[in-house]
Design a protein around this ligand. Structure first.
Ligand code: DGT
Ligand code: CA
Ligand code: CA
Ligand code: ZN
Length: 614
């Protein structure tokens, strides 16, 4: 097991022990052990285990060290297995109900014999939970609502939908007179394709009015927590949001911490420790007596907000309190750039903070692609197939975006449900596009194309002669999803080997939070695309983002070209390129990796040359 897996296991043990009502000191020992592992490097753990020196680590006693060695070497732990067997699985499931922690669950179990969600719902319905000491009517209602909405609330949310909610809130927070800085942190800021919850971070001189404003947002269905400097709410869609308010001087550290990812944070803390520093959401301080320094910083930060609250608009004061009290040479840090610089790093764009090599970068990061780098896009639909805007409407919308070109790629004849075009209708559309281009009615040039079905055997839906009459060809799988990985992979490679194919559409066909992609060997497809000079699209539709960003960095290094394609089915859908750009940035892609950052003439030339080698 890796150190992170072992840390997760220790936390699980702590939770199970708590559910069983074990000694709190024992519970805390496992949690402390998990934290000690997090701060350690993988090789260091291996070395300590091999040398039998694990006990020398602060926070790890003899018994804990023995268990870690067992997990590290065998991947199993007998103690955990018998512990799991001794706790009813229904009790563990209850942890997912909002408002229920191990302590309350234990009370429900021992006093009402509640051992699963069904029994809990029944006990609530009969009013037995409200009658329990320490629960009451309000708690019972909250638990009941939590059970009802568990399914919706347990879901993740598409980045696009989360951003639509978050954007106006950040703008509103920034407009409050008490607020000096506000950001949405977490997975949203990192541009992850799905978001678990929103994390708002605010620097303010006075926290009370900010909490009030936040909890009163339209669309807030429930306020699940409210404190002096933080609050949590749930929107109607089930999306949850946390708000944290910190003094100005702490903002940059909290922003970095709550942006994450967790893996990135763990690596940053290790890097700080190697330099004799302790990094946390409260600050960057000398590491001597790490625990105490952190606690001190936390207390001071808390006091900062409180004292600032008593003086109206005292944002500057709180930062002074914070900085002087930390007595750290790094307390002058105001921006993330300065924070990274203090650890000898260049600014790491939030999208790259996934703990996947960004900390090891010694040179500057490549200039990642921006939405403003795009000069047009390929792969869009019109009313000719399953789109909802006409050719002219799409052209007008592309012109409004300032794009030099727009590729039209309606479905081909085999996509019957999508009203795919046959040869005759395709020819008519091509003629219409040529006429529109000639009329110069729009500043945006239209490229003629098709989203041509890759048939189950890998042949294409149109003959080569028809395909050759178009500026470009996107080839996509829309049928026979159940093929084995080997058959599907061979099918797609056969299509890529057709010299008429310029772009591979949505590689896996996945629909985020709805449907897994079909089985396909991504590595082999990337090899074949590079060998045949075919571009793979990054389908920017917020529910696709396919090919996944996790594959792009290596593929692009090996010479694969990307096209960020909105796959728009209406004019509003053209804006999806922004979601695609997020994913491209997470894949470390620079403008040079992306076909549609090139000017129109260069794209036209590339499309011609790519098929001229036939
Ligand atoms: P999500 O909400 O599941 O899409 O993902 P995040 O990354 O937004 O995670 P969230 O909301 O649980 O926490 C926000 C950030 O706070 C996270 O990216 C890193 C930081 N954080 C939260 N919990 C921990 C933790 O236990 N250890 C460390 N090192 N960082 C944490
Ligand atoms: Ca989050
Ligand atoms: Ca959160
Ligand atoms: Zn498609």
């Amino acid at each position: 097991m890796t150190k992170n897996e072992i840390a997760d296991t220790l936390n699980e043990i702590a939770t199970l022990l708590e559910l069983k009502g074990e000694n709190p000191f024992k519970v805390r020992a496992y949690q402390a052990g998990a934290r000690a592992l997090e701060a350690m490097e993988e090789v260091e753990l291996s070395r300590l285990v091999a040398a039998g020196e694990l006990e020398s680590v602060k926070g790890l006693g003899e018994a804990l060290a023995k268990k870690i060695v067992e997990l590290h070497t065998t991947g199993r732990l007998e103690f955990l297995e018998s512990l799991q067997a001794s706790v009813a699985p229904g009790l563990v499931e209850l942890l997912a109900v909002p408002g229920l922690g191990p302590k309350k669950i234990r009370a429900l179990h021992s006093r009402l014999d509640v051992a699963d969600i069904g029994a809990l719902a029944a006990a609530c319905a009969e009013g037995r939970v409200a009658a329990l000491d320490g629960f009451g009517e309000k708690t019972q209602q909250k638990i009941l609502a939590g059970i009802k909405n568990r399914e919706a609330y347990g879901r993740r949310h598409l980045w696009w939908n989360a951003e639509e909610i978050a954007g106006p809130i950040v703008a509103g927070l920034r407009a409050l007179p008490q607020v000096t800085r506000a950001e949405a942190a977490g997975s949203l800021r990192r541009g992850l394709e799905t978001v678990g919850d929103l994390d708002f971070l605010v620097a303010a001189g006075e926290a009370g009015p900010v909490v009030e404003w936040f909890t009163a947002r339209p669309g807030v269905k429930e306020v699940t927590a409210r404190g002096e400097t933080k609050a949590s709410v749930r929107f109607e869609s089930g999306l949850q949001a946390d708000l944290r308010i910190v003094p100005e001087g702490q903002f940059v550290f909290a922003l970095h911490h709550f942006t994450g990812s967790k893996d990135h944070n763990v690596q940053m803390r290790q890097r700080a420790l190697a330099r004799g520093l302790s990094l946390s959401e409260w600050g960057l301080v000398p590491a001597e007596g790490e625990g105490t320094a952190k606690e001190k910083a936390a207390k001071i930060a808390e006091r900062g907000v409180r004292s600032a609250e008593s003086k109206a608009g005292a944002g500057a004061d709180s930062s002074v309190v914070c900085q002087s009290a930390l007595r750290s040479p790094h307390s002058a840090i105001q921006t993330e750039t300065e924070l990274f610089a203090a650890l000898g790093l260049a600014f790491i764009p939030p999208e790259l903070r996934e703990g996947l090599g960004e900390i090891e970068m010694t040179e500057d990061f490549p200039k990642l692609v921006d939405t403003s780098d795009l000069r047009g896009t390929l792969h869009n639909h019109t009313t000719a197939s399953d789109g909802r805007n006409t050719l002219a409407e799409m052209a007008l919308a592309a012109e409004a975006l300032g794009w030099e070109y727009l590729g039209i790629a309606d479905h081909s004849k085999s996509s019957v449900q999508a009203r795919g075009l046959d040869e005759e209708r395709l020819a008519a559309q091509v003629a219409e596009i040529h006429a529109l281009n000639a009329s110069q009615k729009f500043k945006t040039h239209l490229f003629t194309g098709t989203e041509c079905d890759i048939l189950p055997d890998g042949r294409l839906d149109f003959d080569d002669g028809v395909l050759a009459s178009l500026d470009y060809v996107v080839a996509s799988v829309h049928s026979a999803f159940a093929q084995t990985e080997a058959v599907m992979t061979a099918r797609i490679i056969r299509a890529l080997e057709n010299p008429q194919v310029t772009v591979l559409g949505h590689l896996t066909g996945r629909l985020l939070l709805r449907r897994e992609g079909y089985a396909v060997n991504v590595g082999k497809i990337i090899d074949a695309a590079i060998a045949n000079g075919v571009v793979i699209e990054l389908n920017a539709s917020p529910q696709r983002l396919d090919m996944d960003w996790r594959h792009w960095r290596r593929a692009a290094e090996r010479g694969l070209r990307c096209a960020i394609n909105p796959d728009a089915h209406d004019t509003a859908g053209l804006a999806y390129v922004r979601a695609g750009v997020n994913a491209a940035r997470k894949g470390w892609l620079a403008p040079g990796h992306i076909l549609n950052t090139r000017p129109r003439a260069e794209v036209a030339e590339w499309l011609r040359a790519c098929r001229a080698k036939i």
